[in-house]
Design a binder for this molecule. Structure first.
Ligand code: PGA
Length: 256
């Protein structure tokens, strides 16, 4: 199976997000073969998008979650509240939160555990900065983030452990990693997840960072790439649909 995840980041109103989701549903109508599709709008748009995608193949994700279950944490949103509004997935440890908002490995780990406890599937985001790659530390950084993020986590049998490899330098830069580099890092990530106790067949590893309609196929055709996490290109319906089509082509070629 392949996964296509759209991260709208801090863009769009509820109405705009719903219109975009409607465009995606329109574009996939009638397709018999489809990847798993998750749309992650802003918190404020979750309710609107939920209504649009109800009873469709597309599911709802959030972009962040609180590290604690409930309490006096003004402005935070708990995993149970995300489940209540229809989220089946949530991003944890996105680089814009790690690097822009100072979120460390310990907070990411707590968020992942909270999501699992509420029955929301976490999507653990990891990846090195440009300096870390230049210093030859990319593999160590990603492996550390995976081990730290998964510490103490126990995945129920039917829940996949989804990890997105997103090199920080590739996010929003227009310069994606090469598929070869992504594959090499995905292997490192799978190994680290295995060390953290995740069974190989329940580990899903996605690539993210400047994926668009023109390069998606080159990632998705790799067996080691289980899908893509898409930021900017998920805001343009034709680009997002082109990415979904690339996944469909790969699934059909694999006889799925
Ligand atoms: P991008 O973002 O596709 O705009 O590079 C990816 C992400 O931040 O998840």
């Amino acid at each position: 199976m392949k996964y296509i995840i759209g991260n709208y980041k801090m863009h769009l109103t509820g109405r705009e997000s719903a219109a975009l989701a409607r465009g995606v549903l329109h574009g996939i109508r009638g397709s018999e073969v489809l990847p798993e599709i998750v749309i992650c709008p802003s918190y404020t748009a979750l309710g609107e998008v939920r209504k649009v995608i109800a009873r469709s193949h597309v599911v709802l994700g959030a972009q962040n979650v609180a590290a604690t279950p409930a309490g006096p944490y003004t402005g935070e949103v708990s995993a149970a509240q995300l489940a209540d509004v229809g989220c089946t997935h949530v991003l944890v440890g996105h680089s814009e939160r790690r690097h822009g908002l100072g979120e460390g490995d310990a907070a990411v780990q707590s968020k992942l555990v909270e999501a699992l406890a509420a029955g929301v599937t976490p999507i653990l985001c990891v990846g090195e900065t440009h300096d870390e790659r230049s210093a030859g530390k990319a593999e160590d950084v990603a492996a550390r983030q995976v081990r730290a993020g998964l510490q103490g986590a126990s995945f129920p049998k039917r829940v996949k452990c989804i990890i997105a490899y997103e090199p920080v330098w590739a996010i929003g830069s227009g310069s994606a990693a090469t598929p070869d580099d992504a594959v090499a890092m995905h292997r490192v990530i799978r190994r680290a997840a295995g060390e953290a106790g995740v069974a190989a067949d329940s580990c899903v590893v996605l690539y993210g960072g400047s994926v668009d309609g023109s390069n998606a196929y080159t990632f998705l055709r790799e067996r080691d790439v289980d899908g893509v996490l898409v930021g900017g290109a998920s805001l343009k319906v034709h680009e997002f649909l082109a990415i979904i089509t690339a996944a469909v082509d790969v699934l059909q070629a694999q006889g799925v």
